[in-house]
Design a protein around this ligand. Structure first.
Ligand SMILES: [Zn+2]
Ligand SMILES: [Zn+2]
Length: 547
């Protein structure tokens, strides 16, 4: 018996899709599970990505005994460099997950500062009072694991992302035997993935994609371009298999695709014959009917390869009539609008676009309702906490748990930052800790820096104002009236008023400015002047010449 409680601290992924991060705390010991990122929504201009707010850990970083990463998807790995910059703790991951982490850490120049440990499904490690057993789960990336965490108050099962695919691409189904073995020991609490909690039935096997790919490869009149996530290693294998069957060569486009494929191949998770893979340059010189290109950019991101192809701004190659583009992914909630905009543009450029709703070129890696019921039956938990999903998904998952017999008072639907405490026979809601967004930019995406992107978006939205000033080189006074040029900013109706007010503002500002940087000061003060009058934020430029 223990009088202390296990604290379950959701730092990300509860109440949203993405940036999964969970902390388990017991008596001055913390175990962290996953450190994910989330991609920004449409209205988050110029933001590269979002990571969890892990202030809670920063208040006691020395208590973190270890960080376990369940699989290699960005929403579980993407914040790793940010976390390790501030928390010095060993990482535990299976070989493929570790490989994908290494790609990130070496790009950030952090490989020599971190302690990476490889674990295999079936192994057990000890981190302070936590005994962590890794069991294999099937997902849309190989080498995913769920966790059986033995704590002083009882056994916790953390499913992470899983599905019950009986015919997975890597022939390695979820470890049902381990799940029932854990159940035999008595499971205090189950924390399980809710992503597809509103999907009835069973998620189809990954295998259903093969016939859809066959059809595409059989009928495509020219090049095939397949877009997916860089971490969807199983999808790369399926594309490769189709390419072999239909005698096409395959090329990976984009750094993350190339690096991940190389690493997965080296570790034996991708089986690609040497003669199948060629460079993009080689591919572009070949008969279009003999190649397939695989790239990222399925979420409508304007700076991604697909985004650039759709607007005709990709450097290496353009979309040509006769191309077949396959979007082998599902829009992340919030991205639907930009995904469909990209699809429309690709059609306009002459490509035939095949996406999820017209052919089964993608299946989910997440369990649907019947699989959730099966997991709950297999594990037989006393308490249940739905994780990974928007509020509606968590809520639906709670209903499913209730349907199969978990008492309502034993289910906690909580969101990021809401701490739950467990002991041998009770679960209570505790205090709230920070659990919000941390925006990341400046890490650089593609060829365009985020600040450039932000400026472009500001101009696209609110236009710009250009002020040309000519100063007398002796007196520093204005020689002429300031010249004001606007584009995309003023509407004619109240334009004249605003123009004369702006001119007066500039004249006053110049005569009042005796020191400092006139150009810079005026740009800043004009921005707030214009915002106060119009509630818009145009780009403001001031040029200065002396005569
Ligand atoms: Zn995943
Ligand atoms: Zn996930």
């Amino acid at each position: 018996m223990s009088d202390k409680k296990l604290r379950v601290i959701p730092l990300g992924g509860l109440g949203e899709v993405g940036k999964n991060m969970m902390a388990y705390e017991y008596d001055e010991n913390i175990l962290v599970v996953d450190t994910g990122l989330m991609f920004p929504e449409n209205d988050m201009l110029g933001i590269d990505y979002i990571i969890p707010d892990f202030q809670y850990l920063l208040d006691k970083p020395h208590l973190v005994r270890g960080i376990v990463i369940t699989h290699g998807h960005e929403d579980h790995t993407g914040a790793i460099t940010h976390v390790l910059e501030q928390i010095d703790a060993p990482i535990y991951a299976t070989p493929l997950t570790r490989g994908l982490l290494e790609v990130k850490l070496s790009r950030a120049g952090m490989m020599d500062k971190v302690c990476l440990n490889t674990v295999q499904a079936g192994e057990t490690i000890h981190l302070g009072p936590f005994q962590v057993e890794f069991f294999h789960v099937c997902h849309s990336i190989p080498d995913g694991v769920g966790l059986g965490i033995t704590t002083p108050v009882g056994l916790i099962v953390h499913s992470s992302d899983y599905k019950f695919d009986h015919t997975p691409v890597d022939n390695w189904p979820t470890d049902y035997a381990k799940l029932s073995e854990l159940a035999g020991r008595g499971v205090l609490a189950l924390l399980a993935d809710s992503t597809n909690a509103d999907k009835p039935g069973w998620t189809p096997s990954e295998r259903v994609i093969d016939p859809a790919f066959n059809e595409v490869f059989r009928t495509a009149p020219g090049r095939i371009i397949i877009a997916s996530f860089a971490s969807l290693i199983s999808r790369m294998q399926q594309v490769a298999n189709a390419a072999l069957r239909y005698d096409r060569k395959m090329a990976f486009v984009g750094t993350s695709m190339v690096e991940n494929a190389k690493m997965a191949r080296k570790l034996g998770y991708l089986d690609l014959p040497e003669e199948l893979i060629i460079s993009v340059d080689q591919a572009l010189r070949m008969d279009p009917k003999k190649i397939v290109l695989m790239s990222t950019g399925t979420q409508g991101e304007p700076t991604s390869i697909m985004g650039r192809l759709s607007t005709g701004t990709n450097r290496q190659f353009d979309i040509a009539p006769g191309d077949t583009v396959v979007l082998s992914s599902h829009p992340i909630p919030g991205n639907e609008e930009s995904v469909y905009r990209t699809i429309n543009r690709l059609f306009r450029r002459g490509a035939n676009v095949i996406y999820e709703s017209i052919a089964p070129v993608h299946v989910s890696g997440h369990a649907s309702q019947e699989e959730m019921k099966l997991l709950l039956h297999l594990v037989q938990p006393k308490f249940f906490i739905p994780i990974h999903g928007e509020r509606r998904h968590l809520h639906q998952h709670a209903i499913i748990a209730k349907q199969i017999g978990v008492p309502e008072e034993n289910i906690a639907v909580i969101e990021n930052g809401q701490v739950v405490e467990l002991d041998e026979d009770s679960m209570t809601i505790a205090e709230r800790v920070p659990g919000g967004y941390v925006f990341v930019d400046g890490a650089g995406v593609g060829d365009i820096g985020p600040s450039v992107l932000r400026e472009r978006e500001a101009m696209a939205r609110d236009g710009f104002v250009l002020i040309n000033l000519t100063l007398d080189s002796n007196s520093n006074n204005l020689r002429d009236e300031p010249e004001i040029i606007t584009r995309g900013f003023i509407y004619a109706r109240n334009g004249d008023d605003l123009l004369s007010a702006t001119r007066k503002f500039v004249i006053d500002a110049v005569s009042g400015n005796h020191n400092g940087n006139l150009q810079n000061d005026l740009e800043q003060s004009l921005k707030s002047f214009l915002y106060n009058r119009t509630r818009r934020r145009p780009m403001v430029f001031v040029t200065l010449s002396r005569a």
